[in-house]
Ligand binder design. Structure first.
Ligand SMILES: Nc1ncnc2c1ncn2[C@@H]1O[C@H](COP(=O)(O)OP(=O)(O)OP(=O)(O)O)[C@@H](O)[C@H]1O
Ligand SMILES: [Mg+2]
Length: 346
């Protein structure tokens, strides 16, 4: 039976529980808070590094087993999350109010970057995170259509451009400012300036994650993004086809050169038509994390064209499940890299 005198014993037991990805115990990671013992009941909070934590059940099980080992079986845990901020000495400046920037990229066009960006953002938000989405495809913005937002909607507030709030996320696109169908014929330097403004001149408020949808290629948009803002990491999208994988490898090489960590590769459009597993193999060959498979599914296309992201329109579907899985994987990689950054490892 636990009493006040047992606080130390409880903490000692909790120190034997490691965060499975950070490989350190949850007490020294400051994840255990507000420990209180009332009679035989032990209460405390566990503050995870992201609300999209895939490891909560594992940690819950390990905590209960460790406490049971010292005879404490009446345990009440309040779960919470505090997303930490990416920090990298000598990195570019942070975007005001944004803890982590996640870039979604591939060298190849049409592989699903925008679809992944939108659904990743909405999935992270529905798991409880504060999320923004930035359309960095200045000359071919698709985010307005995918979110069902008409042109001319963007309002300018006191603190700069105001994001449009929809599906639980804050979104910004040049396509919100311009009437639909207006071509943007900017070239290099102007695109760079445009991306910089969309990142820094927007009143984002307080965001755990800002997802950036990049245009295809090693473009001006990618370069500006990398030079003008601290990026937590990149998600590379590839279809299973060989040519797409070759292009994905180029994207990985580009981020390496830019000094931006790659969270991993996600395979999109896995199917009998395009094949399956090619991107997983490529991730393995490149020593990168495989972030999951997204099947070829007409609901992704319909959701994109109809302005209702599939994660919001069919949250119970298997395809939404795949996006939730992706969101958890990305959030977990982000936590791991932040931690490596804090420990001085790149
Ligand atoms: N898994 C999928 N299943 C079915 N359709 C998909 C899937 N992923 C993407 N699509 C569809 O494929 C088309 C291209 O996707 P998307 O616009 O997301 O690609 P992109 O990589 O952003 O393209 P771009 O290089 O032009 O920016 C869209 O019509 C989208 O709805
Ligand atoms: Mg796109």
């Amino acid at each position: 039976m636990a009493n006040l005198a047992d606080q130390n014993a409880v903490l000692a037991a909790l120190r034997t529980v490691n965060d499975p990805e950070l490989h350190r115990d949850i007490v020294s990671l400051n994840m255990v808070r507000d420990l209180a013992i009332e009679g035989s009941t032990v209460h405390f909070s566990v503050i995870l590094t992201t609300p999209a934590c895939p490891l909560r059940e594992t940690i819950d099980r390990d905590v209960r087993a460790a406490l049971s080992g010292i005879g404490v079986n009446d345990v009440q845990i309040d779960w919470g999350a505090e997303v930490r901020t990416t920090s990298r000495p000598d990195g570019p400046r942070k975007i005001e109010g944004v803890r982590n920037v996640i870039a979604v990229a591939s060298n190849k066009g049409g592989v699903g970057k925008s679809s992944v960006s939108v659904n990743l953002a909405v999935a992270l938000a529905s798991l409880g995170a504060h999320v923004g989405l930035l359309d960095a495809d200045i000359t071919g913005p698709n985010i307005p259509t995918m979110l069902g937002i008409e042109g001319g909607l963007q309002a300018s507030g006191q603190n700069g451009l105001q994001p449009v709030e929809t599906y639980g996320i804050k979104a910004v696109s040049i396509g919100f400012v311009l009437p639909k169908g207006t071509p943007v014929v900017w070239r290099g330097p102007m695109i760079g300036t445009g991306v910089r403004q969309l990142m820094h001149d927007v009143d984002w408020g307080d965001l755990d994650y800002l997802v950036i949808d990049l245009p295809p290629g090693t473009s001006d948009a990618s370069m500006s993004m990398a030079q003008d803002a601290l990026i937590a990491g990149a998600v590379i999208v590839s279809t299973p086809s060989k040519v797409s994988i070759e292009d994905a490898q180029k994207a990985v090489a580009m981020f390496d050169r830019l000094g931006i960590p790659v969270f991993g590769i996600v395979e999109n459009m896995s199917s009998d038509i395009f094949g399956r597993g090619g991107a997983r193999q490529a991730a393995e060959d490149l020593g990168l994390e495989f972030l999951g498979e997204l099947p070829l599914d007409v609901r992704i296309r319909e959701g994109g064209d109809g302005g209702v992201p599939v994660v919001a329109g069919h949250p119970e579907s298997e395809i939404a499940e795949s996006f939730f899985h992706l969101a958890e994987q990305v959030a977990a990689r982000c936590s791991v890299l932040q931690f490596a950054g804090e420990a001085g490892v790149r």
